[in-house]
Design a protein around this ligand. Structure first.
Ligand code: NAP
Length: 344
């Protein structure tokens, strides 16, 4: 007789307009699941979810007309997102029971993974496992590819990072320092600003919510202009940055979170890209996973020897996942937002 257990799930209720709310998601406690795959299940995995990642792109999957190559969530089904999980029953020859993996999974205690080929097997377990939602996962490779490949930094250049204390931004700032750049970050609270300067080694940081005039704030920190802008927020910040970019500057467009909820200001001065010969380039992390092994080789020793710090905002319990996800859009998270579903 196979054991059936309760499987708490966070269901996506319906498509969202404007800011997401906790009530756009629903905790379901009525599902059960067998902890053994049915006989003859080939090519699939049964996993126990350990950590779930809250990421800004998930808001875009809440629209009913998701853009680009991002599909919408299915109303009535569990939210889908990145996470860290343990294989309980493997029907795939690449995985065995007990393996630890990270990749796309469901917001539920246990998931059946139908496409395990897309999961990454976790080989280094002498670092916190939750890091595979952040520095050792998608945000890490995003910061690495965006900064080194798209921004192409040179020693001594002036770098600005917005949403700088978040999952991606805190790494970009530290990579900029490792590259011998001068780096300034913006964030939405005093606590975050202090963390940028004191924990991550940014040369300067400011609270964009307290600045009446973003152009003046940038001029204060970059009297000679900005060479590299790592763009995470869009809108008025982008407009102010463009005014302060130097000749041949680079703008890596990683994200524009101020526009994901349908709000957002139009940028009026993009024409300045022409006289300043600025290269502004969007990029999606999905096109850079081939660099992941090289990135791990670089980052794991830096974590272990304390050169790189990583701050996580960890909440315990899958029932708190909706609030954690929604909190990204008001800056509640301090560092990478992680939800603990189970400790191994
Ligand atoms: P995060 O920074 O950990 O969390 C989001 C942060 O954005 C919040 O904490 C908040 O911090 C800030 N924020 C929220 N609404 C804002 C607004 N209206 N204006 C300015 N700041 C706002 O998130 P993350 O995972 O590192 O992602 C950062 C950016 O990278 C996002 O745009 C995301 O979509 C993008 N991204 C892109 C890729 C890719 O493949 N291109 C991959 C991963 C992430 P404050 O307190 O500072 O406001």
């Amino acid at each position: 007789m196979t054991e059936e257990v309760n499987n708490k799930q966070i269901l996506f209720k319906d498509y969202v307009n404007g800011f997401p709310k906790e009530s756009d998601m629903l905790l379901s406690t009525s599902s059960t699941i067998s902890l053994k795959l049915p006989h003859g299940s080939n090519g699939v995995l049964l996993v126990k979810n350990l950590y779930l990642s809250c990421d800004p792109y998930m808001r875009i999957r809440m629209n009913n007309t998701a853009g680009g190559d991002t599909d919408s969530f299915t109303p009535g089904s569990p939210i889908i997102g990145l996470g860290v999980a343990k294989v309980l029953d493997s029907g795939h020859s690449n995985f065995k029971n007990g393996d630890l993996v990270w990749g796309m999974t469901g917001w539920e205690q246990y998931s059946i993974i139908n496409d395990p080929e897309n999961l990454f097997k976790i080989e280094h377990t002498d670092v916190p496992l939750s890091y595979y939602t952040g520095i050792l996962g998608m945000p890490g490779i995003t910061a690495y590819a965006g900064f080194y490949e798209i921004c192409a930094p040179k020693e001594g250049e002036y770098v600005f990072v917005s949403a700088a204390s978040g999952a991606v931004g805190q790494l970009v700032g530290q990579f900029a320092k490792l590259s011998g750049c001068y780096v300034v970050g913006s964030a939405g609270t005093k606590e975050k600003v202090d963390m940028l300067k004191n924990k991550f080694g940014f040369d300067e940081a400011f609270n964009y919510k307290e600045e009446q005039d973003l152009d003046a704030a940038l001029k204060r920190y970059f009297p000679d202009g900005i060479d590299i802008y790592f763009e995470n927020v869009g809108g008025k910040m982008l407009e102010a940055v463009i005014l302060n970019m130097r000749l041949h500057g680079r703008i890596a467009v990683c994200g524009m979170i101020s526009q994901y909820n349908g709000q957002g200001d139009g940028v009026q001065n993009l024409f300045l890209l022409v006289p300043k010969s600025i290269r502004m380039q969007g990029f999606g992390v999905n096109h850079f996973y081939h660099l992941y092994p090289k990135y791990l080789d670089m980052i794991i020793p830096l974590i272990k020897n304390g050169t790189i710090s990583y701050v996580e905002d960890i909440v315990e319990g899958i029932e708190h996942a909706p609030a954690a996800l929604v909190g990204l859009f008001s800056g509640k998270n301090v560092g990478k937002q992680v939800v603990v579903v189970a400790h191994e």
